[in-house]
Ligand binder design. Sequence first.
Ligand code: GLN
Length: 243
Amino acid sequence: MMNLYGDRGNVISIKKRCEWRGIEVEVVDVGLGEPIRPTGCDVFLFGGGQDREQTLLVDDLSGAKGRELKAIAEDGGVILGVCGGYQLMGHYYETPEGEKLPGVGIFDMHTRPRRPDEPRLIGNVLARVRPLEGEADATPREIVGFENHGGRTELGGGTEPLADVISGYGNNGRDGTEGARRLNSYGTYLHGSLLPKNPWLTDQLILNALRRTDDSFELEPLDDAAEKAAFASVAGRVRAGKG
Ligand code: GLN
């Protein structure tokens, strides 16, 4: 249900980048009314959705399921939420009609609707991901994607953004932040889908999951020529101001 702009491409990207390395993957769809915890999964993906889909799923999220997802996040589980899914990882998403849809509370943040004089935030985004813990001296890594959201996300004081916007709008078009990150939970506004054009991020999610059972785990490098060409194509257009 939460698969706006083909966010299911994130599932395919993780699956293929594992299988290309001989790591078997089972994909489990968790639909309305279906529990999360018993699946015993290692990576959880929560795609984007219009206000309609978000409204449809909040009842499902407001009970045990939301508590399970938050417990997985608190335990260091690997979660990637995109746009509408990301918004529901905060305290609430307020619709343009003024309805506050309760979120799971993984991130200390909330999302307000755009005011009538404010546009939807639409376009390609290039953002620089803040270094992960212990990687302060690492080369800053960038991500590209596409955003289309009316909501403006405000991060709580202690909430770390995922990235800083180089070009585009990000969380709210005002503070230069994009997404949020806490433990191994990542949230972002970037559709695309996000992961196929950002192979290093795909591998980071896979590593974060596999290192929970073996902290020495390493991934064999892959030939990322096609992925890097896709990234460079969008990043080049964005840097040239061609949106
Ligand atoms: N309905 C939300 C908004 O417009 C999220 C949309 C989306 O997932 N692209 O802000």
